[in-house]
Design a protein around this ligand. Structure first.
Ligand code: ARG
Length: 413
C-alpha cells in the first residue's frame, strides 16, 4: 500500500497537475480535499475532476460557518486591515485550510499534506507554518514550488496526461476568492502604472455604471459582531453574501494596492471586498461611539499587529491568543446600529446609534439643554498648560530657532 497525501485541491490547473505529479514523483496516493469558504464553485464538478485526474478519494468540506465565526468575525472585531488596505480574505482562509488538512490527514492516516502554492508568495508560508504547528510529524509537499514548470509548461504537462485545462487558464489573471473578498493578480496588472481593466472585476459594478440613486444599509452589531442587515437577523454567512451583493452593485469595495509580501516582494494586488470594506468601516464607526479615546488609540496599534500576524502566517501563536483576548475585551459594549450610504463606488457612514453610546447630547450641544460647565474650563486649561509654559520658559524662549519662532517664507537671496 502506498503512503497517502492530502492535497488542498481547488480544481484549478496547478492542483490538478499536482495530483498526477505527486503520484509520479512521490509514489503517493492522493486524497483531494476541497474546502468551501464561500468561493461559489461547483463542488460536485470539482470532486469528479479530482477523481478523474487520479485522486484515490475526493473530499469536500463546507467550512463557510467556521470561516466566518472563527476567522472573519475576530478579524473584523480587531479592525484588521493589512497596510491599511487589504481586508485579508485569502490570508484568513489559510490557517483554516491548514487545520482541515491536518484533520483530514489524521482521519485518512496520511503521512503528508500538499498544497498548490508557489515559492514566491505568502500562502506557502501560511500553509506550511500552520501545518507544521498543528501536526509537526506530517510532511509538507508543495509541488508548484518544486516542479520548476512555468505556466506554459504546466499546461503542456496537463495536456500530456489528459488533465482538462480550464478555459479560465486563457485568462492572464490569477485569482483567489472566498466570502471575505477576491484577489486578482498578474497579466497587465504587473505594471503598477496600468489602470486595472474593467473586465477583471466580477463582484463589483463599475462606479460609473452604478445606480444613479444612492442606497442605504443598516448593520447592527452585537459585541462587535454583525447580526442583522436592514433590520433582518441573519447568520454570518448570509449577511456577508447579501452585503457583498448590495454594496458590490454600487461599485463599493475595489482596492488597488502595492503590497509588501512577507517574502520581500512588492506586488500589485487588486481586491474586491464589498462586504468587508463596508463592515470594517461600520465597525470602526460604532467603536468611535462606544470606546474611549484611550481604548481607540491603543486598539489602533493592536489592529496593525493583528493584521500583520494574520498576513504573516502567525495565526496559531500565543501572541495571537494574547491580542485576541484584548480585542474580545474591547468589544463588550460595541453594540448598536450603523447606517451607511452607497453611491457610485463610495460607502459613507451617515448614522450610528448605540445603547452603550458615550456620545452625550447634553455635553455636546450648543443649543439649549447644554450641561457642560464652561466655567470649569479655565481651571482645566491652567493646569493642562502648566508644564508647557514652564518648559518654554526654561528651555525654549530666547532660542534663535525653534517652535516658538514663527518662521515666514524663506527670504529670497
Ligand atoms: N496578496 C494576497 C495575500 O497574500 C492575496 C493572495 C492570493 N493568493 C493566491 N494564491 N492567488 O494574502
Amino acid at each position: 500500500m502506498s503512503d497517502k497525501v492530502i492535497l488542498a485541491y481547488s480544481g484549478g490547473l496547478d492542483t490538478s497537475a499536482a495530483i498526477r505529479w505527486l503520484k509520479e514523483n512521490y509514489k503517493m496516493d492522493v486524497v483531494a480535499l476541497t474546502i468551501d469558504v464561500g468561493n461559489e464553485k461547483d463542488f460536485t464538478a470539482i470532486r469528479e475532476k479530482a477523481l478523474n485526474v487520479g485522486a484515490v478519494k475526493a473530499v469536500v468540506r463546507d467550512a463557510k460557518e467556521l470561516f466566518v465565526k472563527y476567522f472573519v468575525w475576530p478579524a473584523l472585531q480587531a479592525d484588521a486591515l493589512y497596510e491599511g488596505q487589504y481586508p485579508l480574505a485569502t490570508a484568513l482562509s489559510r490557517p483554516l485550510m491548514a487545520k482541515l488538512l491536518a484533520d483530514v490527514a489524521r482521519e485518512e492516516g496520511a503521512v503528508a499534506v500538499a498544497h498548490g502554492c508557489t515559492g514566491k508568495g505568502n500562502d506557502q508560508v501560511r500553509f506550511d507554518v500552520g501545518v507544521q504547528t498543528l501536526a509537526p510529524d506530517l510532511r509538507i509537499i508543495a509541488p508548484a514550488r518544486e516542479w520548476g514548470m512555468n505556466r506554459e509548461q504546466t499546461i503542456a504537462y496537463a495536456k500530456k496526461y489528459g488533465i482538462p485545462v480550464p478555459v479560465t487558464v486563457s485568462s492572464p489573471y490569477s485569482t483567489d476568492e472566498n466570502l471575505w473578498g477576491k484577489s486578482i493578480e498578474c497579466g497587465v496588472l504587473e505594471d503598477p502604472w496600468n489602470e486595472p481593466p474593467e473586465d477583471i472585476y466580477t463582484w463589483t459594478a463599475s462606479p460609473q455604471k452604478a445606480p444613479d440613486q444612492p442606497e442605504y444599509a443598516e448593520i447592527t452589531f452585537d459585541k462587535g459582531v454583525p447580526v442583522s442587515l436592514d433590520g433582518e437577523w441573519l447568520d454570518g454567512v448570509s449577511l456577508i453574501k447579501r452585503l457583498n451583493e448590495k454594496a458590490g452593485k454600487h461599485g463599493v469595495g475595489r482596492i488597488d494596492h502595492l503590497e509588501n509580501r512577507l517574502v520581500g516582494i512588492k506586488s500589485r494586488e487588486i481586491y474586491e471586498a464589498p462586504a468587508a470594506s463596508v463592515l470594517l468601516k461600520a465597525h470602526l464607526a460604532l467603536e468611535a461611539m462606544t470606546l474611549s479615546r484611550l481604548q481607540l488609540r491603543f486598539k489602533e496599534r493592536v489592529a496593525q499587529e493583528y493584521a500583520d500576524l494574520i498576513y504573516n502566517g502567525l495565526w496559531f501563536t500565543s501572541f495571537h491568543q494574547d491580542l485576541a483576548a484584548y480585542v474580545q475585551s474591547t468589544q463588550r459594549h460595541v453594540t448598536g446600529t450603523v447606517r451607511v450610504k452607497f453611491f457610485k463606488g463610495s460607502c459613507q457612514v451617515v448614522g450610528r446609534k448605540s445603547p452603550k453610546s458615550l456620545y452625550n447630547f447634553a455635553l455636546a450641544t450648543y443649543d439649549k439643554g447644554d450641561q457642560f460647565d464652561q466655567s470649569a474650563s479655565p481651571g482645566f486649561i491652567h493646569i493642562w498648560g502648566l508644564p508647557v509654559k514652564l518648559q518654554a520658559q526654561v528651555q525654549l524662549l530666547g532660542e534663535a530657532e525653534g517652535p516658538l519662532k514663527i518662521v515666514g517664507p524663506k527670504e529670497q537671496e
